[in-house]
Write a protein that binds this ligand. Sequence first.
Ligand code: ZN
Length: 56
Amino acid sequence: MRHRRPRGKPILRCPTCGSDRIIYEAALITGQRYHCLACDYVGSFVVEEDAPPEGS
Ligand SMILES: [Zn+2]
């Protein structure tokens, strides 16, 4: 079973190229929108991953 850790921000990954260079763009009426800097994917869907805990 998976559950979220309270620590660490989730990593956003591009569903197209798998890069984590995702930036959040201004929301339009459709809601949230993300932009992948690696492949120029733009859309509301991104893959969310749990970040590994840092400093351990
Ligand atoms: Zn991409």
